[in-house]
Design a binder for this molecule. Structure first.
Ligand code: DMJ
Length: 454
């Protein structure tokens, strides 16, 4: 009899605990749902101001309330970059207006030199992901036309792409580039190949990735400057920051999206060197600094807003322990001034570059870590960052970058990646899992989700 009483008491306690847990969980879910709605409202504020002051231009200048075009004429950077976010957030009327602007007005038959890397990740990536989400063939046709016009960029003696290509004449210029610009092309060109059944896009972009990898040092590191005509390094500083960052990202992601084993092997041959020579544990914290690619000697103890993508890449490639550790440092960097700086010296905690360009990387990593761990602390992290982001960067006419994270002085700039990436990752962090099936897509480096639908 006493046993039955004890069992009943135990069961009642267990049910009560489960019910409490269930209530706490549903309160958390409800809170996340409200945050997702808030992100959507703020995204719409940024988009509405683009529509109001810069419609048809590449980007909004939110303080002067004007439009800005990168090359003197518009390639519709913001609408193309933002379209898949509009679709994912079910902003149907806005998405329809953006799509119609693109299919009716976007032409790549222009006598302008464009930066191959930026146009590939923003425009080619944006057109392809929006095509996959809508099935609108006109978006694929635009992507194919753009892809063809970009192809001459690879006509160097090494197969590494020049920096600029003229969209009408196919002439190229600027031979000194970097691994991010030579190695962040295969997701976009590769999927274009699959969707058009034209292997040439895949082959050219893959060769550029392989030619970059082949030139790694005996230690396994790449530098930050390379000449596409000679294949020689012009700068041997090695790091995971701007100029190299997404080269590593694409080694992993091209293996995942295309099942390309060469990419997997290049990743496996590269990442141990990154962890050996660039990772820097100091005072119980983990950072990634700079080192010379030939000697492995530490050259700088800096980390910044761009480096903050790396916890996400560590997480997606399976190294959750290192990912969590590094994310804690990124968040510490954010909290120093309640907005992250472009560059921080993590040894002295002095800000080296004070600007904040509304970058997405730290949010992207937070979203990845939340997805892989389910740990609510990552949503809390995101909530803190989103609160600061709104507090310091929202203006009546959109979102502004900061010239100085310490004084919070503003900068007349709202890059298209704010709409493509920063808001999208904030939204996905809080939205219900069904909003986008994470493991069915691979995000390009501009947060355009690409899927194996070909
Ligand atoms: C974006 O254009 C891409 O994320 C790129 O890989 C790095 N820089 C910006 C965002 O910071």
């Amino acid at each position: 009899m006493p046993d039955r009483i004890a069992i009943t008491a135990f069961l009642l306690a267990a049910f009560a605990a489960l019910a409490t847990h269930g209530c706490a969980k549903s309160r958390q879910d409800e809170h996340a749902r409200q945050l997702a709605a808030r992100v959507r409202t703020e995204f719409l504020h940024a988009w509405n101001n683009y529509e109001r002051y810069a419609w048809g231009h590449d980007a909004l200048r939110p303080l002067s309330k004007t439009g800005h075009d990168w090359y003197g004429q518009s390639l519709l950077m913001t609408p193309v970059d933002a379209l898949d976010t509009l679709i994912l957030m079910h902003l149907d009327a806005e998405a329809a207006r953006a799509r119609s602007l693109i299919v009716n007005n976007l032409s790549f038959d222009r006598d302008i030199y464009v930066k191959n890397f930026e146009v590939t990740i923003r425009l080619l990536g944006g057109l392809l992901s929006s095509y996959q989400l809508t099935g609108d063939k006109r978006l694929l046709n635009l992507a194919e036309d753009l892809g063809k016009r970009l192809l001459p960029v690879f006509n160097s003696p090494t197969g590494l792409p020049y920096v600029y290509v003229n969209l009408r004449t196919g002439q190229t210029r600027d031979a000194v580039t970097n691994p991010a610009e030579t190695g962040t092309l295969l997701l976009e060109f590769g999927i274009l190949s699959k969707l058009t059944s034209r292997p040439v896009f895949y082959e050219k972009a893959k060769r550029a990735l392989v030619e970059t990898f082949k030139r790694r040092s005996p230690l396994g590191l790449v530098g930050e400057g390379i000449n596409v005509e000679t294949g020689a390094w012009t700068n041997t500083d090695s790091h995971i920051s701007g100029g190299i960052d997404s080269y590593y990202e694409y080694l992993w992601k091209c293996w995942r999206l295309f099942g390309d084993k060469d990419c997997r092997d290049m990743w496996n041959a590269s990442i141990p060197a990154v962890n050996k020579y660039l990772a820097d544990e100091t005072g119980g914290e983990l950072w990634y600094g700079h080192a010379d690619m030939q000697t492995g000697k530490r050259t700088k103890t800096t980390y910044g807003a761009l480096d903050a993508f790396f916890p996400g890449l560590l997480a997606v490639s399976g190294d959750l322990k290192q990912a969590r550790h590094l994310q804690a440092s990124s968040f510490k960097m954010w909290n120093l001034y309640s907005i992250e700086p472009e560059i921080l010296d993590y040894k002295t905690m002095h800000v080296v570059a004070r600007s904040y360009h509304l970058r997405p990387e730290i949010v992207e990593s937070t979203y990845y870590l939340y997805y892989y761990t389910g740990d609510p602390k990552y949503r809390r992290m995101g909530e803190k960052m989103f609160g600061d982001f709104v507090k310091y960067c929202r203006t009546d006419s959109g979102y502004v970058a900061l010239a100085d994270v310490i004084s919070k002085q503003q900068l007349d700039e709202m890059e298209s990646f704010v709409l493509a990436e920063t808001f999208k990752y904030f939204y996905l962090l809080f939205a219900s899992p069904g909003t986008l099936e994470f493991d069915k897509v691979i995000f390009n480096t501009e947060a355009h989700p690409l899927s194996r639908m070909w």
